[in-house]
Design a protein around this ligand. Structure first.
Ligand code: FPP
Length: 247
């Protein structure tokens, strides 16, 4: 199993009880750089290397879905210089890794409102989605200009329009139907949510979808998060008993 083969941790993994969807809040790039006396952008650059290795690991582990919180609706509050750098990194990542993602049978989905991105960034993202369209392996979901509350409001608006147009009866709106109107539509909900850097918040990420997810917080900063840490998070998940409110 590729780069994970040598890890003793692999033996501890129960492949019969594996998460189907792991969502990650990649946090701590800025602090990683600041601790080294470097500009914050160096942290984001190092963060891309982690993105690459965690996607590789997810492919090797045959994880069905991984969602990465790459840019939140609140990230616009950062200095324009940093925002531009993040966009450039995203573009570079797609341009550099697209071939490899295609070969590894990765499917790409974006959640969030990318219409606020520059036309060239949007074009690149759309062409990557099209290029990977037929792929049946790992579903890589990138949350870009994503905010969970905005997503829920948008779903409510779509449903209320249908009700107002008499295309749906309000009594027919249930949790299942509501889920279909979220951007994650038919994706299974995350079983495991990981946040790096010691912060213990959800930060407007998949609020509806993580209702029953196991939460895993690690002090490791995102650029330091490695394959072993990823395996440890999965092993920790496997030790927990999920009762969904039952006994
Ligand atoms: C959090 O660190 C990280 C981000 C806001 C951006 C994450 C983006 C990337 C790793 C690059 C783009 C992603 C892809 C998928 C190509 P922070 O800056 O909030 O760190 P801090 O809390 O220490 O300041």
């Amino acid at each position: 199993m590729g780069k994970l083969k040598s890890s003793r941790l692999l033996e501890k993994i129960d492949f019969s009880y594996f998460p189907r969807h792991v969502a990650i809040i990649m946090d701590g790039n800025g602090r990683w750089a600041e601790r080294r006396g470097l500009p914050r952008n160096f942290g984001h650059q190092a963060g891309i290397k982690t993105v690459r290795r965690i996607i590789e690991a997810a492919v090797e582990l045959k994880l069905p879905v991984i969602t990465l919180y790459a840019f939140s609706v609140d990230n616009w509050l950062r200095p324009m210089r940093e925002i531009k750098y993040l966009m450039k990194l995203l573009e570079k990542y797609i341009a550099r890794d697209l071939k490899k993602l295609k070969k590894e049978n990765v499917f790409l989905k974006v959640i969030g409102d990318i219409t606020k991105f520059s036309p060239s960034t949007q074009k690149l993202i759309k062409s990557a989605i099209a290029e990977l369209e037929g792929n049946t392996g790992l579903k890589l979901v990138l949350a870009l200009n994503y905010g969970s509350r905005a997503e829920i409001v948008k779903a409510a608006r779509k449903l209320s329009n249908l009700v107002a147009g008499k295309k749906m009866a309000s009594k027919d709106i249930d949790e299942e139907k509501f889920s279909r109107f979220l951007e994650t539509d038919t994706l299974s909900d995350p079983d495991l949510l990981i946040r790096t850097s010691g912060e213990k918040r959800l930060s407007n990420f998949l609020l509806w979808q993580v209702s029953y997810a196991e939460l895993y917080f690690t002090d490791k900063l995102w650029p330091d998060f490695n394959r072993r840490d990823f395996l440890e998070a999965i092993i920790d998940f496997q030790k927990r008993k999920r009762r969904y409110g039952g006994l």
